[in-house]
Design a protein around this ligand. Sequence first.
Ligand code: SAH
Length: 248
Amino acid sequence: MPRVYVVGAGPGDPELVTVRALRLIESADVLVYDRLIPMELLKRAKPNAELIYVGKEPGRHVMEQGEINNLLLRKALEGKLVVRLHGGDPFVFGRGFEECSFLISNGVECEVVPGVTSAIAAPEQFLIPILLRGVSSSLAIVTGREDPGKGFREVDFRRLATSVGTIIILMGASEACRIALELIQGGLSEATPVAIVTRAYMENSRVLFTALGELAKCQVTVENPSVIIVGRSVSLSPLYNTRNPVRH
Ligand code: SAH
C-alpha cells in the first residue's frame, strides 16, 4: 500500500530533527516542504530527489492546501517515497492532520513523524521554563490569527487570561497588541512578563522581554515568525534582566 510520511522538521536548526526524520529525508524520492523548515536539511536529499516548495507565508500561499493534498496523493500513487516536511511539529497548526485524513480517505497510508515544535523550543532557547512546579502548572498553545471567514473568534483571550499558567501564542505577530489588551481586560496585570522570541533556532534568533502593558500600547513591532510567551515563568529566565540579548 502506498504511504506518505508527514514529518516534523523542527523549529529551525537542522540538528533539531529526529533520527527517523533524517533517514526519511535521505531516502525520499519526493520531498514536499514549506517555508519554516531548516533548508539545510534539503542538502541531505538524494541527488535525484524531487524537491517541491509549497511554502506558506502569511497571506500568500504558493500552493493551496487542496493542491498540496492532491500532489501528495499523486506522487504516492506513482509509487514514490513521499516525505512531506513541516516546520516544527506537523500537527501543531501544521495542516498535517488534513493531509493525512485526505490521503487515508483515498487509500494511501500516512505515517506521522513528530517534530520539535516552536511552541516549546522558542521559550526553551532563551531559558524560559514554561511549566515549572510552583510557578506554572498549565499551558495553553493558541493561535493569534484566525480565519476572518469564520465570523467568530475561536480563542477568547479574556477568558483565557487567568485560566492557565503560561500562554504561548503562535501566528500572533500582527495581532500582538490586540491580544495583550484583551489579556489585560481578562484580568492579567499590566506587569505580567512577556517574551517575544523571533526566529527561534534560526540565524539571528532573538528575544525581546517586555510586559503586557507595554505590548498593549501597540509600539512593539513583532516580526514573523515569532512565538509570544505570556506568564510569570518568563521572568525566571536568567536572561530576563539583560536587555534584548541576541543569541546564535
Ligand atoms: N508546526 C509549527 C507551527 C506552524 S504555525 C510548529 O510546530 O512549530 C507557524 C507559526 O509558528 C509562526 O507564525 C510562528 O508563530 C511559529 N514559528 C514557527 N517556527 C518558528 C521559529 N523558528 N521561531 C519563532 N516562531 C516560529
